[in-house]
Design a protein around this ligand. Structure first.
Ligand code: NAD
Ligand code: ZN
Length: 364
């Protein structure tokens, strides 16, 4: 399957299919990645062990020169010190303006490698090769960043990839918890844009969890398409793109309070989406918005109840650090129907607080 992210001169293709890792050289060549300048492949220890040799040998056989950088697996790799390390490797390997940096991995590797590509020589080309379900979201759209000890994703840029090459065969080695976490973003793309797709997930959640190739291919294609359409309309998040933050206001706060270890990103936003649905119903959406949201997420193997030990004050404090929070009011994405949301720029923190408390009482 193939899609295009329409961004004028910076438009780029997304290829989704089985076995694309073996054909990387073909796609690179097709899209003008030359063989004169070296390529830097960035991956993490886990993904590197599984797929780096395969990618490197295919590229070398086709005449590409490659170097690789293997970072530790996990969120802590999205740091300024890892960024500096990548730049060191790039300089030593002689990467120039015609070189490209390739991200082989999940959202962590994509964000880190993308930020290095955005900064190196004021920006060189960058190719996303996602290997997690979650990365169907993070690899499209051009948001790249590393973390600061005081704030996540705070050092970053908009730097669109030259191409996204998504080999679904790599997903088979994902741990089940990572599969479910990634499905949360798939559900999110349905909840903001398509009741039909949400109904389809409702029917096919078991197949998705079992990584059925047909079902997964369709779901990731659909998710990427929603993301691509929204990014095409509002690349820099002046307005519309904010709808992609459904479940994230609460979700980010839960990740922070859990120390970025207790809840995976998708798990945190699943709970956040249940909270957002509850708020939607309070504000007049049909009750089925809440019921369907919760049922579909649970079917995907996600938590829908907030563990009781999460401190509500700490969660509200974490939300206050959000730059969109002012005087007890915040920006919040509110579902109005299945497949539709609005951006509420004046959400009361008090209401959100009450909902967070209620999330501890949800039936799992
Ligand atoms: P991740 O990159 O840490 O991957 C999760 C785990 O799975 C890691 O341990 C990794 O080694 C392992 N893994 C990856 N692929 C594998 C495979 N095929 N087989 C076996 N193991 C594999 O996490 P993620 O969930 O992909 O991404 C989370 C990150 O994405 C966060 O840092 C988040 O901020 C970022 N993100 C960015 C955007 C964006 O628009 N840029 C959007 C959403 C999330
Ligand atoms: Zn997300």
């Amino acid at each position: 399957r193939e899609l295009t992210v329409q961004l004028g001169e910076r438009s780029y293709p997304i290829y989704i299919g089985e076995g694309l890792l073996d054909q990387a050289a073909f796609y690179f060549d097709k899209h003008g990645i030359g063989k004169q300048s070296p390529l830097l492949i960035v991956t993490d220890e886990q993904v590197g062990r599984l797929y780096l040799d395969k990618l490197e040998s295919g590229l070398r056989a086709a005449g590409y020169r490659t170097v690789s950088a293997v970072v530790p697996a996990g969120e802590q790799a999205k740091s300024l010190s890892q960024f500096e390390e990548l730049i060191t490797i790039a300089l030593k390997a002689g990467l120039d303006r015609k070189s490209a940096i390739i991200a082989l991995g999940g959202g962590v590797v994509g964000d880190l490698a993308g930020y290095a590509a955005a900064a190196y020589m004021r920006g060189i080309r960058f190719i996303q090769m996602p290997t997690t379900i979650l990365a169907h979201d993070s690899s499209v759209g051009g948001k790249v960043a590393v973390n600061h000890p005081l704030a996540k994703n705070i050092i970053g840029a908009f730097h669109q990839p030259a191409m996204v090459l998504y080999d679904l065969a790599t997903l088979r080695t994902l741990p089940p918890r990572e599969v479910s976490s990634g499905l949360a973003e798939v559900v999110k793309h349905g909840l903001i844009r398509s009741a039909e797709f949400v109904a389809w997930i409702d029917e096919n959640a078991d197949k998705l969890r079992a990584l059925d190739p047909e079902a997964l291919g369709y779901a990731l294609y659909f998710g990427c398409r929603v993301k691509a359409e929204i990014v095409s309309q509002d690349e820099r998040e002046n307005d519309l793109r904010a709808i992609l933050n459904l479940g994230h206001t609460i979700g980010h706060a839960l990740e922070a309070v859990g120390g970025y270890g207790e809840l995976l990103h998708g798990e945190a936003i699943a709970i956040g989406m249940v909270g957002a649905a509850r708020i939607g119903v309070e504000l007049g959406a049909p009750r089925e918005v809440y019921e369907v949201t919760k049922r579909v997420l649970a079917k995907c193997g996600l938590p829908v109840r907030l563990p009781a030990h999460f401190d509500t004050d700490a969660i509200m404090d974490a939300m206050r650090h959000d730059k969109k929070f002012k005087e007890g009011r915040m920006v919040f994405i509110v579902p109005t129907a299945i497949g539709d949301v609005v951006i509420d720029k004046n959400m009361s923190a008090e209401r959100v607080r009450r909902i967070v408390e209620q999330l501890k009482e949800e039936e799992q």
